[in-house]
Design a protein around this ligand. Structure first.
Ligand code: A3P
Length: 329
């Protein structure tokens, strides 16, 4: 099991074998053709299982670490750019020196289970030399994070988005792979995915477990987890950015406020500005997707252009579970 101490005599091959056995024993589902496994109560894309286990086994948090946590399609790219800008703004003489034109935010802030611990079960990367504060990201639910993170003083920023827009964004994102295989989406196909999603079957889902895990921790331990809503960030970006800067330990100075640095960061990291960056027009960070696919509309309520009322009704089961726990949008 991943919680067992590492046996140094295990070779990468032996461990990979163990993971294959584990994979075989877990319930399976497909998400737009991508295999997923139900691991520790959530649906993880099979290609990520090894990285997840390596992360759980080897990661040693520092108290100064900042970890962005999110479900896919809830504003991860946006928050990566904002956090990167916040933490690096004072190392530069001008904000325009931030490398957003040449590097996509995902390249600047790596996901622990996707990139940092990829293929590293027996040879974990040495992260001790990274300058502090180290900034990482994860899509894993709170309960599945290594205990070392839960007991450390590191800070976790969680971004959450309403389930309707998150689903619609996810739908568009994954549809590109189906379309490239020649599938033409129809209402029936969308209904099928709405059903799956609302039943909890989606990458890193169930949605409500993910949201509630971080939300509860943010209530119990507000110094450990800052809970941000995508919609709130859209509506009041300035207040949110100030709060975010304070939480990660680099508040805006009076001088910065006078010089409108907050507005400048908001503008620089806006969807419009990010879409125009050369690397996002023509670049590719993830092998399987072009950077431009990470930026679509970025609107609150776009779901109403895509979901029928009967599809939207399916989401009641998610909203109910959130409400029962005391959370609502
Ligand atoms: P839509 O598909 O609704 O447009 P993630 O980064 O977690 O994958 O989330 C992707 C969603 O965030 C997409 O939503 C995308 O357009 C939106 N997004 C990306 N960059 C953004 C930004 N700078 N500001 C606001 N929304 C952004």
């Amino acid at each position: 099991s991943p919680s067992e101490p590492k046996n140094s005599s295990n070779t990468q091959e032996q461990l990979s074998e163990k993971i294959k056995d584990l994979e075989l024993s877990l319930p399976k589902e497909l998400w737009f053709g991508f295999p997923m496994q139900l691991y520790q109560g959530y649906w993880c894309l099979s290609v990520l299982l090894e990285g997840i286990i390596a992360f759980q086994t080897h990661f040693q948090p520092h108290d100064t670490d900042i970890i962005l946590a999110s479900l896919p399609k809830t504003g991860t790219t946006w928050l990566k750019s904002l956090l990167f800008a916040l933490l690096n703004r004072n190392k530069l003489s001008h904000l325009s020196e931030l490398p957003f034109n040449t590097k996509n935010p995902h390249e600047l802030v790596l996901h622990l289970e996707i990139e940092v611990f990829k293929n590293s079960l027996t040879n974990p990367p040495d992260l001790t030399q990274l300058p502090s504060p180290r900034l990482f990201a994860t899509h894993m639910p709170y309960h599945s994070l290594p205990d070392s993170i839960k007991t450390s003083k590191c800070r976790i920023v969680y971004v959450c988005r309403n389930p309707f827009d998150t689903f619609v964004s996810l739908w568009h994102f994954y549809l590109q792979f189906e379309v490239s295989k020649g599938t033409s989406p129809d209402k029936e196909m969308m209904e099928g995915y709405v059903n799956k999603y609302c039943a909890g079957v989606s990458p890193f889902g169930p949605y409500e477990d993910h949201v509630l895990g971080y939300w509860k921790e943010s209530k119990e331990n507000p110094k450990h987890v800052l809970f941000i809503e995508y919609e709130g960030l859209k509506k009041e970006p300035k207040d949110h950015l100030k709060k975010l800067a304070e939480f990660v330990g680099c508040p805006f100075s009076e001088e910065e406020e006078k010089e409108n640095v907050i507005d400048k960061i908001i503008e620089l990291c806006s969807l419009k500005s990010m879409k125009e960056m050369e690397v996002n027009k023509n670049g590719k960070f993830y092998v399987w997707v072009e950077n431009k696919a990470l930026f679509r509309k970025g609107e609150v309520g776009d779901w109403s252009n895509h979901l029928t009322s009967s599809m939207a009704k399916q989401f009641d089961q998610i909203l109910e579970k959130l409400k029962e726990a005391g959370f609502s949008f």
